[in-house]
Design a protein around this ligand. Structure first.
Ligand code: CAA
Length: 417
């Protein structure tokens, strides 16, 4: 039997505070419907300086290891995908290894390419395992980020933060990846960028949406070509994209997943052999509400409550989907679209495992989300104004990590117990 490779287990870490998105809209004098219906948001996570990419990643990995009884001596690779690195040289992965006292025998590194960095890490890990070089060992891939645009900017309601840790192995209880079917599309564009020394991202918002959609088209068509060749999907009564039980997208804000799904359907409708429909009819059919409801909507529950988590957004969507539907989706194939500005997109697929519901129960998604505290807009604005290098002295919640201080450029963390 062909070796299976994929995601065995997942764990999340989110900031301990959030704002209600309607509170933010009212404070900005904006119709709340713009943020709820227009962007698809409900709540937005608020990171304080103690909750940096290291602290969030370490908290998520600690949960992954503890909840799934992972034997660290069997983990040969620890990759952190992030675009919120804390040092030009020292890897976030090294901090995580040290904080969790993980074995010295593992390969540790960070991957950076905007929101695509986590997927780059997942592909490095899964292809390492599929190649046989891992010799039975597993990998941990963590996506950890803080999305920050600043007060009173167009991007403000699309901020957020958190981390998602994935255990990647030959026992893919959550998702067995279709290794080798992946389609990619990359372009050199300035749609979103974070120059060194700046805390806030710079973005050409509407252009970034166009770049995302163009890159999606290339990546999806690449995947579809290989999936057709291998007869994973076919042209027939239904479109190839419709043969996936669910499609998960990178979610900078929830409405983007809807735009992405319309674009993916348009690719199929335009390319269908012998198509005779008009461009207007194709555009109308691409927008199908029924298709969106069935294939996409259920994956957005957590993203709507956390906001953008850059590298982790796609994997937060996966966790949200499986949290609600793991048992119903067991044995079914789902598609995943990763997008990182700059830019690179990758479309890949996998089959949900029979053990997914049991693994999701261990992730305690409800417990993680319920531990958060809603704060006022005044408190959010105070936190946004705090300097990033002097975190407030706060006792970390049990099992979580926090940045305590920075001395001579060295970062010291507390917590974990
Ligand atoms: N009621 C209902 N809907 C309303 C409304 C109201 N009163 N007022 C406006 N809307 C709708 C608009 O029609 C629009 O919907 P459509 O896009 O479907 O037309 C939506 O609300 C947003 O309105 P605007 O386009 O006018 O909003 P904006 O210009 O203020 O900003 C944004 C939107 C460009 C997404 C901005 O939030 C932004 O720059 N965000 C950050 C960049 C981003 O997330 N880009 C995504 C692609 S890049 C990527 O994916 C990488 C990454 O993670 C950053």
């Amino acid at each position: 039997m062909k070796k299976q490779v994929g995601i065995e287990a997942v764990a999340l870490a989110v900031p301990r505070r959030y704002v209600d998105i309607e509170d933010l809209a009212r404070a900005r004098g904006v119709d709340p419907a713009k943020y709820t219906a227009g962007l698809g948001a409900r709540e937005m996570a608020v990171n304080d300086p103690g909750e940096d990419a290291v602290a969030l990643a370490a908290t998520a990995v600690a949960r992954l290891v503890r909840n799934n009884e992972v034997d660290p001596s069997r983990v040969g690779m620890l990759v952190v995908g992030t675009e919120t690195g804390v040092d030009h040289s020292k890897a976030v992965a090294s901090h995580v290894q040290g904080l969790l006292k993980l074995p010295r025998t593992m390969r540790t590194f960070d991957t950076q390419h905007a929101c695509y960095g986590g997927t780059a890490g997942l592909m490095a890990a899964s292809e390492w395992i599929a190649s046989g070089a891992a010799a039975g060992r597993s990998a941990i891939v963590v996506c950890s980020d803080v999305a920050r645009y600043g007060l009173n900017t167009a991007g403000e309601p699309t901020q957020g933060g958190g981390a998602v840790a994935l255990l990647v192995s030959e026992k893919p209880d959550l998702l067995a990846l279709d290794v080798g079917l992946n389609g990619t599309c990359s372009m050199d564009v300035y749609d979103f960028w974070r120059p060194h020394g700046r805390r806030e991202a710079l973005v050409d918002g509407h252009y970034s949406i166009n770049c995302y959609l163009e890159a999606l088209s290339g990546a999806y068509r690449g995947w579809r070509e290989r999936a057709l060749e291998k007869e994973v999907v076919r042209w027939g009564d239904t479109l190839p994209g419709e043969q996936l039980a669910r499609i998960l997208y990178h979610v900078p804000f929830c409405k983007m997943a809807r735009k992405a799904h319309t674009q993916l359907r348009l690719c199929d409708l335009e390319d269908a052999p012998g198509t005779s429909t008009s461009p207007e009819a194709r555009e109308e059919s691409a927008k199908s509400q029924a298709s969106y409801n069935e294939q996409v909507a259920s994956s957005l529950v957590l993203n709507a409550r956390v906001g953008n988590v850059y590298t982790a957004s796609l994997y937060l969507a996966l966790a949200g989907l499986l949290h609600g539907e793991a048992a119903a989706l067991a044995g079914k194939r789902v598609g995943l679209l990763s997008y990182g500005s700059g830019c690179c997109a990758e479309f890949f697929s996998g089959v949900v495992g029979e053990g997914a519901a049991a693994r999701m129960a261990r992730a305690d998604v409800d417990g993680v989300m319920a531990a958060r505290e809603r704060i006022t807009i005044e408190e959010y604005e105070r936190i946004m104004g705090l300097p990033s290098d002097t975190p407030e002295p706060v006792e970390p919640a049990p099992g979580t990590f926090r940045l305590a201080e920075i001395r001579d450029g060295r970062r010291n963390y507390v917590g974990g117990a």
